[in-house]
Design a binder for this molecule. Sequence first.
Ligand code: FES
Length: 68
Amino acid sequence: MYVCVCRAVTDRQIREAAMRGARTLRDLRRELGIARECGSCAACARDCLRAAHAAPTASASSRQSCVA
Ligand code: FES
């Protein structure tokens, strides 16, 4: 699922970034460009990142937490 439409970033890419060590929205912004344009994805991206750290292998849970 696309989390950031402006930069075409998916929840999968966010989970992968989390596995590489991304901890904050700032990390996602630097690595993937999340929230650099309109910013409407920030809350969803944060939720996806939080879910990735809570259950790194449970991809379905992070998908359900983001409503884009
Ligand atoms: S949807 Fe992410 S910056 Fe616009």
